[in-house]
Design a protein around this ligand. Structure first.
Ligand SMILES: CC(C)(COP(=O)(O)OP(=O)(O)OC[C@H]1O[C@@H](n2cnc3c(N)ncnc32)[C@H](O)[C@@H]1OP(=O)(O)O)[C@@H](O)C(=O)NCCC(=O)NCCS
Length: 246
């Protein structure tokens, strides 16, 4: 394997003041992040706050290897996954799941095939009911509330400030964006993206791979996958989501 310059060595520079205590660092298990963009930066903040995992490094495009994100090295590219996983079993995919992009799902499945473990990451500034459940690889960002008997699938992003109310279900590979409110007993199928500040009233079903634009209000179930937005909600783009399918 072509080893990057940074691969296998120190993981962070000393610009970080949290978690740099040496005795703490020895106790933490390492984790590798995939994709070094904006969502990665937010995820780093959550992982550092959680103080449970030590970020070993970031996998990104070949041309970015050697660069840093918030002081963490971009250590490798996609070609290196199977080698890297041998010594580093824990991963989080820090792609922001933009609408119309299924790379996050594909990488998750690929890494699972290679034997990766995907810890649940929960901000200490989030509230997750002890009666709720979270699937592997899901990250719960700062100021989220997940209430009783909510069930969140794997490889999801529950983004900053979102609320998932009691009895709601969120399928695998979903992104519930910043500030969304998913009221009680909703069921959101896999691969759904819900844009910032959107509200679902209670008991709403959202079909798989649907995209809901920012600031939307959903008061009727969406039974046909597609892209919807606005108040009142309208279907705005047809067939965009074919590319969401892995
Ligand atoms: C829904 C969305 C994905 C559509 O993007 P797009 O395919 O590029 O669509 P366009 O911007 O070309 O807009 C298409 C039409 O839908 C309308 N539209 C798009 N987003 C809308 C929204 N959120 N609310 C109301 N109308 C919207 C546009 O005004 C446009 O209408 P027109 O055809 O009458 O001019 C995008 O607008 C959006 O809301 N993304 C979510 C961003 C977000 O919340 N990110 C959070 C990250 S944490």
């Amino acid at each position: 394997m072509r080893r990057s310059r940074a691969m296998g060595k120190a993981i962070r520079d000393d610009t970080h003041d949290e978690g740099t205590d040496k005795s703490m660092m020895h106790k933490k298990e390492d984790i590798v992040l995939v994709a070094g963009g904006g969502h990665c930066k937010s995820s780093i903040d959550v992982i550092e706050s959680q103080n449970k995992y030590q970020i070993f490094g970031i996998v990104d495009l070949k041309e970015n290897v050697g660069k840093k994100v918030l002081g963490y090295d971009i250590i490798a590219c996609d070609d290196d996954l199977s080698e890297l996983i041998k010594d580093h079993p824990r991963w989080n995919i820090t792609i922001g799941h933009v609408p119309g992009c299924n790379k996050k799902t594909k990488l998750f499945l690929h890494l699972k095939d290679l034997g990766a473990e995907f810890p649940v990451i929960v901000s200490p500034h989030a509230y997750v009911s002890k009666h709720a459940s979270l699937g592997e690889g899901t990250i719960v960002m700062h100021n989220v509330t997940i209430n009783s008997e909510a069930r969140i699938g794997s490889n999801c992003i529950i983004n900053t400030g979102a609320i998932i109310e009691h009895d709601s279900q969120v399928g695998n590979n979903c992104h519930i964006s910043t500030g969304c409110i998913i009221n009680g007993a909703c069921s959101i199928d896999y691969g759904v993206f819900i844009g910032s500040n959107s509200v679902l009233i209670n008991n709403i079903h959202v079909a798989a791979e649907t995209v809901i634009g920012a600031d939307s209000f959903v008061r009727k179930s969406i039974t046909q996958s597609g892209t919807y937005a606005g108040i009142p909600l309208k279907r705005i783009v047809k067939d965009i989501d074919k590319c969401l399918r892995p």
